[in-house]
Write a protein that binds this ligand. Sequence first.
Ligand code: NAP
Ligand code: MG
Length: 489
Amino acid sequence: MNLDIEPLEFNGNWNLSPSIENTDHIQINEKYGLFINGKFIDPNSGKYFPSINPSNETKLALIAEANTKDIDLAVKSARNAYNDVWSKMAPNERGKYIFRIARIIQEKAKELAIIESLDGGKPIRESRDIDIPLAAAHFFYYAGWADKLNFAFPNRKPKSMGVVGQIIPWNFPLMMAAWKIAPALATGNTVVLKPAESTSITALKLAEIIQEAELPNGVVNIVTGAASTGELIVNHNDIDKIAFTGSTTVGKSIMKSILGSSKKSTMELGGKAANIVFDDAPLDQAVEGIVNGIYFNQGHVCCAGSRLLIQESVNEIFIRKLKDRIQSLILGDPLDKNTDIGAINSKSQLDTINKYIDLGKKEGAKIFQLNCQIPNKGFWCAPTLFTNVSQSHTIAQEEIFGPVLAIQTFRTTKEAIEKANNTPYGLSAGVWTDKGSKIFNLTSKLQAGVIWANTYNKFDPTSPFGGYKESGYGREGGLHGLEAYLNLE
Ligand code: NAP
Ligand code: MG
């Protein structure tokens, strides 16, 4: 192997002219109420909290905080809509509403993408090309299933569950709302959904879209607030199912709360995915996949490839190529079309990431970071990698949820599998090799719900997504995603 390649002489700053998305046409209200029974209403609590732009810490809007009375009202409205309208409606009619929501999301795609980047800090390239198109695609896909449920499950009788409570995280705000709401509606359920505290705005824009689509009142209710609002949904006694996406810690506490109740549940939890690079892999392609898997969304991805296992014979050259690529990444304004790395979603998430970076250094791993200018305001973390990492290091074991990569090496396939599986999580993994047989061998032995081969972070509404072990249970997407919202007799 020829290791004699020159590293890029590069100071980390491309001299590209700024290409900032125009926000003049973006409509964000000063204040948002709760979306209950088809209307935005003031919260009983009388309380509001700010949603801020994490790239400059300016306030974008005030968001209502729902209390016990509000959640009760939302659940009642969902129950009435279920009993009186939605469960009685012909399935093809239900499908028409869902198609309408999908089309309006497409029409408003640009506005939604910009708001997603303003409120959550992700680069516009990500929200424009991934989050919003996938949100629309999910509604389109599940709209098509609404009148075909009997064909989806031959010889079984699919029955809706009733009222579902849905709680989502901040990393893909609109997309997660779509992953939850679209299959629930297609299967005839009604919904009470809570977005994450730091990224409620696109869920509230979705509520406006739902109004525009003239979905019958109460079929979808969107209630905002913090963890305590989520707990009120979990503990409400007239909810039939809880669909949760978020951290494993909160997922476990929700499971305890509903234990002994008749509530069904699905849990999409954390991850610590390994990308495994063999010496016969297309190395440049693999570098691109690793960068996409851990850096392009600031590592705010449950299935982020946060561990990298490199076959020892190509370790040196691969790390060199990876460092060169990291040095060419552009960190900055999420609304700039050239930006690769946006802002960290919140101050508290930045603190968590920094805590892990300090731990990595303390435990003896060797750090490398993009050498770039960090903006004065907002929450930022330069793409980071660690070498000299051992299996017992905290950064190799725990989910960081930031742009931090822990790198280890391996000699044999067996060792790679053992290392990859040596974590409490099992959400995803990546395999990079020229040999199809190696891919099949690994996919049957890796404990992960999703395994990508020679690519990473590819999503499609027709493919099921979900975890093993402490990454949760139940699937979203595809036929499996329908099953999660049905009682099959
Ligand atoms: P989180 O802290 O678990 O919060 C997720 C949601 O639950 C938020 O809406 C949160 O509200 C709410 N919540 C917090 N405590 C609650 C409680 N005790 N009862 C009910 N609801 C509660 O997770 P996060 O920090 O937002 O998101 C990051 C995590 O999500 C990571 O672990 C990531 O891996 C995981 N994730 C998994 C998937 C998947 O498909 N497997 C997809 C995306 C993300 P507040 O925001 O208002 O606190
Ligand atoms: Mg925000």
